[in-house]
Design a protein around this ligand. Structure first.
Ligand code: 4AD
Ligand code: MG
Length: 432
C-alpha cells in the first residue's frame, strides 16, 4: 500500500507516490486546474488537482471544497522552488471526510479580539501554528538541557496553603470549608526537592491575580523553576546563561520554517545562542535610567518602560544583579558585603522585552530566614515545613524561575504574551 506521510516529511519522498491526511486552508481554481492550500499540523503546502489527472468525480469534489474541509489524498510529491515550503503534491485521488460551509476565520485580516474569541479554531492558522511549534521546541530543549545537566523533574502542587511571592496576587478558593490558593510559584517545594535529589526543576502552570493589563501579564502562565543544592548565585548565573543559550540554539536549529512564517529575523537571535551575557548591577541599571533624565530613585522597582529602555541597549539577554531587599521576596539571601541588597538576579531579554527570568541564592540559615519571614509580615506557622529545610541538613542553594510565555514572546517577537499560550487567561478573558 502507498505510504502515509506528513507534509513535513515531503523532502524524503520527492517524486514518490504517497498518501496524506489533510485540511484545506484556501483554494483557487481556473478551468482545468484547482490549487488547494493544505495543512496537516506539521506544515502547510499546496496540492494541485488537474482535470486530466483525476476522475471527473474527484475533480468536482476538489472544486466544491470549503475552507477546513478534511480529506484523504493520494499523489506524487514534487519540488517547488517558488513556494515558501519548497514542495507540492500533484493529487491523483481524494476522499472527502467533512466539507461544511461557513468557517468563521477567513483568509483576511481579523481583529485580535475576534481571533481570541475563536481561539479554538484560530490555532489552526499559520501564525499560531508557528508559535505553538516553537513553544514545543523550547519545552523539549528545556527538558533535554536539565536532563543532560543531571536534574530531576520534580512536580510541585497547585493547591497551596502559603504564598511564596507576596500575598496580594493570590487566587483564593474554598477548600472543604477551609481556604486554599492557586500556586503562584512552585519554588518552596522545589527547595524541598533540591535537598532530596540535589538538582531539580519544576514545570507547570502558575497563577497570579495581578490586575495588570500589560503585554507581559497573564493570570495563568507556565513557569519552569530549577533549584540547586550546594550552589551559590554565581554558578546559578552561569547555569542560566548556558540554559538560555541552549534553548535559543535549539530554536535556531529546528525552527527556521516557523521563524520564517512569523517574519522573525533569526539573525537577531544568534547572539543569545552564543552566551557571554552581561551582568549589570542594579546600581548601574539605575544610573542608565538617571543618565537618561528619568525620575528613578535607588530603591525603586523597574517598571516595564524602564526595563524596555535598558534592554534596547543589549543584543542578547543580560542579568541585572543584586536588587535592594525592599523590592524582592523574603526567601532570598542577603549579600554579605552589602546587607541592603540580595544575592539575586533578573534576566532581561533584548529588543525591549524586559524580564523573562528571575532567581536568587536562598537564605539557608534558620534564624535569619525566620527574621525575614517576620519582616515580610508573614505568619511563621504557614512556613513551618519550609523552615524545617533549614533545621535539618540546610546547605547553600540557589534557583530561578523562567516565565515560559515571556521567553516565547521574545523569541517569536510577539506584541503580547497572550499569543504564546494555547488558551490565554487574562483579567477579561476566560474563554474559550
Ligand atoms: O519573578 P517571579 O515572580 O519569580 C518567582 O516566582 C520565583 N519564585 C522564581 C524562582 O526563583 N524560582 O516569576 C518568575 C518569572 C518572571 O521572570 C516572568 O518571566 C514570569 O515568571 N512571570 C509572568 N509571566 C506571565 N504573566 C505573569 N503575570 C508573570 N509573572 C511572572
Ligand atoms: Mg521577577
Amino acid at each position: 500500500m502507498t505510504e502515509l506521510i506528513s507534509i513535513a516529511d515531503c523532502r524524503q519522498h520527492v517524486d514518490q507516490e504517497v498518501r496524506m491526511h489533510v485540511w484545506l486552508t484556501d483554494k483557487r481554481s481556473s478551468g482545468k486546474i484547482v490549487f488547494l492550500q493544505l495543512r496537516d499540523g506539521t506544515a502547510f503546502f499546496q496540492g494541485v488537482v488537474r482535470k486530466n489527472a483525476v476522475s471527473d468525480e474527484v475533480f468536482e469534489i476538489a472544486k466544491s471544497l470549503h475552507q477546513e474541509a478534511s480529506f484523504y489524498i493520494k499523489g506524487t510529491v514534487h519540488q517547488d522552488e517558488r513556494s515558501h515550503f519548497r514542495y507540492e503534491i500533484q493529487i491523483s485521488d481524494l476522499k472527502l471526510i467533512t466539507n461544511n460551509e461557513g468557517y468563521p476565520i477567513g483568509n483576511k485580516e481579523h481583529g485580535i479580539e475576534f481571533l481570541l474569541d475563536h481561539r479554538h479554531l484560530w490555532l489552526r492558522s499559520k501564525r499560531p501554528f508557528a508559535i505553538m511549534r516553537i513553544r514545543n521546541t523550547i519545552f523539549k530543549a528545556t527538558v533535554d538541557f536539565f536532563e543532560n545537566e543531571g536534574f530531576v523533574k520534580f512536580d510541585a502542587p497547585i493547591f497551596m496553603h502559603s504564598a511564596p511571592e507576596g500575598t496580594t496576587e493570590l487566587f483564593h478558593t474554598e477548600y472543604f470549608g477551609g481556604d486554599a490558593y492557586l500556586s503562584q510559584s512552585g519554588q518552596l517545594y522545589g527547595e524541598v526537592g533540591a535537598e532530596a535529589f540535589g538538582k531539580i526543576f519544576t514545570f507547570g502552570p502558575t497563577f497570579r491575580a495581578e490586575e495588570s493589563k500589560t503585554r507581559r501579564h497573564l493570570t495563568e502562565f507556565w513557569m519552569m523553576e530549577p533549584e540547586m543544592a550546594w550552589m551559590h548565585q554565581d554558578e546559578s548565573l552561569d547555569l542560566q546563561e548556558r540554559f538560555l543559550s541552549y534553548v535559543t540554539g535549539q530554536v535556531l536549529k529546528h525552527c527556521q520554517y516557523e521563524l520564517e512564517i512569523l517574519g522573525r529575523d533569526s539573525q537577531k537571535l544568534e547572539p543569545a545562542a552564543q552566551g557571554n551575557y552581561t551582568r549589570l548591577s542594579y546600581d548601574d541599571a539605575v544610573k542608565i535610567l538617571q543618565d537618561d533624565g528619568r525620575d528613578f530613585k535607588w530603591g525603586d522597582d523597574f517598571g516595564a518602560p524602564d526595563e524596555a529602555f535598558i534592554s534596547e541597549k543589549f543584543d542578547r539577554p543580560f542579568f541585572i544583579v543584586n536588587y535592594p531587599t525592599t523590592i524582592k521576596p523574603f526567601y532570598m539571601k542577603k549579600n554579605p558585603d552589602n546587607p541592603k541588597e540580595y544575592l539575586c538576579a533578573d534576566v532581561l531579554a533584548p529588543e525591549g522585552y524586559g524580564e523573562i527570568m528571575g532567581g536568587s541564592e536562598r537564605e539557608s540559615d534558620y534564624e535569619t530566614l525566620l527574621k525575614q519571614i517576620h519582616e515580610a509580615g508573614l505568619n511563621e506557622n504557614d512556613y513551618s515545613w519550609y523552615l524545617d529545610l533549614r533545621r535539618y541538613g540546610s546547605v547553600p542553594h540557589s534557583g530561578f524561575g523562567m516565565g515560559f510565555e515571556r521567553v516565547i514572546a521574545w523569541i517569536c517577537k510577539l506584541d503580547h504574551v497572550r499569543e504564546a499560550i494555547p488558551f490565554p487567561r487574562m483579567i477579561n478573558r476566560l474563554e474559550p
